[in-house]
Design a protein around this ligand. Structure first.
Ligand code: NAD
Length: 422
């Protein structure tokens, strides 16, 4: 059953289509359906920033709080030229479902600023971040809404968010934001967390199908935070990474890549990924998705797998690192091909899980060893994976809809207990 999104590439419609299928399966009452379909709040801010050359620019920024039913809003800030309010809305809703899938006490939120961080100097980036945070200061807070990094933002930007918020509330408040540097209340293991979560899910699927890591060929699209860390960890664990790509191009090598060397090439030597000397065959960044492999990890951006190209997939397991890499219209094609899907709201939930651990540690003022963080993350991811798979079997739906059903069920239970304030 598919509720068609009118515009396949509109991520908000894509997210809504899945929500709708899951809501119908759950026989969600009309009122609750409407309550959960729309965000709680949407804020648009106009961010005036003096550029280094003296010109004044005004950037448009958004923050959407989708739900605070199970706890404060939680979700990243994206800096990218193609940010739209619809995209931020979809990402905020996904955060609600994701936090519920892994059963952590957060709601869902997301933010974004329309800008190209690669064209801004460090000082310009700092001013954009500080003014955006200042405009939102009364909406953010450790008990209200807690940002984190996403595409185009990093730990330094989170440090500026923390400092700006702290100046406004007149006290150092580390727990207002996660993904911070370790010296500023960040958590051990946060940088690797999303990639590690993906590997934990892949491991579980490999076990389920009685496959072996060493015989599992992996392709990763995107070599940013998520893709590079997933590649490094999976390489170390014995998987064979045969395809990699970033926005500049892809590389395919049947023999497998030396990922630590590639990481050094891209992040230490700052050289273009497609020029990697032991690189194998060059492809374009999207074609890499259709090469044969056991595990495909799209970890770049939205709408990579669509109704136009899904029939070309040649993987056994689709483990989604990016948010929304597969459109709603592509879902039935992927299902028909018998591909085992680890949907984004489960697969990439390692990031928000360790963000939750960071928030807990900041509030406790007591920090955990990396092994403790990883152990707790493993427990959460394995349990959530098993719950989603059990739900899929019990409700006779695919894994993605099962994850939505599990999440909607948890949020509606909390909502009913809280009741509706007049
Ligand atoms: P990032 O900015 O660090 O990296 C993005 C990577 O994707 C870069 O290597 C970039 O070159 C590549 N890329 C961009 N467009 C591409 C294209 N069209 N084809 C191929 N490669 C392309 O971002 P990130 O933090 O790694 O996030 C990646 C995805 O994972 C996003 O969808 C994000 O929302 C999602 N996500 C991130 C986290 C996190 O903890 N960072 C957590 C959950 C989900």
């Amino acid at each position: 059953m598919l509720v068609a999104a009118e515009n396949e590439l509109n991520v908000f419609e894509s997210a809504e289509a899945r929500f709708e299928i899951a809501a119908r399966k759950l026989e969600l009452e009309d009122g609750l359906y409407r309550y959960l379909k729309y965000p709680n709040k949407e804020i648009t801010v106009y961010v005036p920033v003096a550029l280094d050359n003296g010109h004044l620019e005004v950037f448009i920024g958004y923050r959407v709080l989708h739900s605070a039913v199970r706890g404060p809003g939680k979700g990243g800030i994206r800096f990218a030229p193609n940010v739209t309010l619809d995209e931020v809305r979809a990402l905020a809703a996904w955060m609600t479902w994701k936090s519920a899938v892994v059963n952590i006490p957060f709601g869902g939120a997301k933010g974004g600023v329309i800008c190209d961080p690669s064209k801004l100097s460090k000082t310009e980036l700092e001013r954009v971040t500080r003014r955006y945070t200042a405009e939102l200061s009364e909406w953010l807070g450790p008990e209200r809404d807690i940002p984190a990094p996403d595409i185009g933002t990093n730990d330094q930007i989170m440090a500026w968010v923390m400092d700006t918020y702290s100046m406004h509330v007149r006290q150092a408040t580390t727990a207002v934001v996660t993904g911070k540097p370790l010296d500023l209340g960040g958590s051990q293991g946060r940088r690797e967390a999303t990639g590690r979560g993906l590997m934990i899910c892949a491991d579980r699927a490999v076990e389920k199908f009685r496959m072996k890591r060493a015989d599992s060929r992996v392709i990763v699209q995107g070599f940013g935070n998520v893709g590079s860390q997933a590649s490094l960890l999976m390489h170390e664990a014995g998987y064979k990474i045969i395809g990699v790509a970033d926005v500049h191009g892809g590389l395919y090598n049947e023999k497998g890549f030396d990922i630590p060397k590639l990481y050094d090439w891209v992040y230490i030597q700052h050289r273009p990924l497609p020029e990697f000397p032991d690189g194998g065959e060059k492809t374009n960044p999207q074609e890499i998705l259709f090469r044969p492999c056991e595990i495909l990890i799209p970890a770049a951006t939205e709408n990579q797998i669509t109704s136009e190209n899904a029939h070309r997939l040649s993987c056994r397991i689709l483990c989604e690192g990016a948010n929304g890499p597969t459109t709603a219209q592509a879902d039935p094609v992927v299902e028909k091909k018998g591909i085992f899907v680890i949907p984004d709201i489960l697969g990439n939930a390692g990031g928000v899980t360790v963000s939750y651990f960071e928030w807990v540690q900041d509030r406790q003022g007591f920090f955990w060893r990396e092994s403790e963080v990883n152990e707790r993350l493993t427990d959460v991811m394995q349990l959530s994976f098993d719950q989603v798979i059990n739900y899929a079997e019990a409700h006779k739906v695919d894994n993605r809809i099962a994850a939505y059903i599990l999440a909607i069920d948890r949020v509606t239970r909390a909502l009913k207990l809280r009741g509706f304030y007049a």
